[in-house]
Ligand binder design. Structure first.
Ligand SMILES: CC(C)(COP(=O)(O)OP(=O)(O)OC[C@H]1O[C@@H](n2cnc3c(N)ncnc32)[C@H](O)[C@@H]1OP(=O)(O)O)[C@@H](O)C(=O)NCCC(=O)NCCS
Length: 177
């Protein structure tokens, strides 16, 4: 597991194209060209990690860290995928564990992600790592005439509340109204 490097460009294309060809929910409606994969990567604005198996790029995932002062304790996991012929061997779990470690080391307290409602495999993966369902936006994802829920999930990385005043949704604290 390591951060994406420029030399991974072809390997990333060789991962993303077959995932997209199988309809994987990673941001494409059609199989992207190599240039489109590169533009997709540049547009991520996120820390991209890649998992290698005998030198071959078999999985990836990204962590997006908001810079806004009030959301800077959150981070979003996105673009988790494993090559179709490398699935079921723990690659995505390894990517996620590394992303979670990275977020924790950076002082992030709440991890978020979004998932398509019909993607039960991914939801099971995230749940196995401590993510819970925040809520569902009904039939929000459009693929042609098909509609799917957008499932929002989160994982609270806080191990204690020392030093924090946690107001939740109570009508208290700065800005309460
Ligand atoms: C979802 C995906 C990332 C899983 O990758 P993977 O490397 O095969 O996953 P792992 O081997 O690390 O599996 C870890 C856990 O995920 C869950 N899981 C993975 N694939 C599963 C499946 N087909 N059905 C049910 N659970 C599944 C299981 O809990 C599994 O743990 P277990 O093996 O102990 O049961 C992969 O199927 C994929 O790339 N799908 C297309 C892209 C995608 O949907 N990305 C997520 C977008 S939100």
């Amino acid at each position: 597991m390591r951060p994406y490097e420029d030399s991974d460009r072809e390997g990333l294309v060789a991962l993303v194209q077959p995932v997209a060809a199988l309809g994987g929910a990673v941001g494409f409606l059609e199989v992207p060209t190599a240039d489109e994969v590169e533009q997709w990567r540049l547009d991520l604005h996120a820390e991209l990690l890649v998992a290698l198996d005998s030198g071959r790029l078999v999985a990836c995932g990204a962590l997006r860290r908001p810079a806004n002062p009030v959301t800077r304790r959150m981070a979003e996991i996105t673009k988790v995928m494993t090559h179709p012929d490398a699935r079921g061997r723990g690659a995505a779990r390894a990517v996620l564990l590394a992303l979670i470690d990275s977020a924790r080391a950076d002082g992030r307290e709440l991890l978020t992600l979004e998932c398509r409602g019909n993607n039960h495999a991914a939801q099971r993966l995230y749940a196995s790592l401590g993510f819970v369902v925040t809520g569902r936006r009904p039939d929000a994802i459009a693929v042609g005439d098909d509609r799917f829920d957008q499932v929002l999930m989160h994982c609270d990385l806080r191990t204690g509340t020392a030093g924090l005043r946690r107001f939740g949704s109570r009508r208290e604290g700065l800005g309460s109204a």
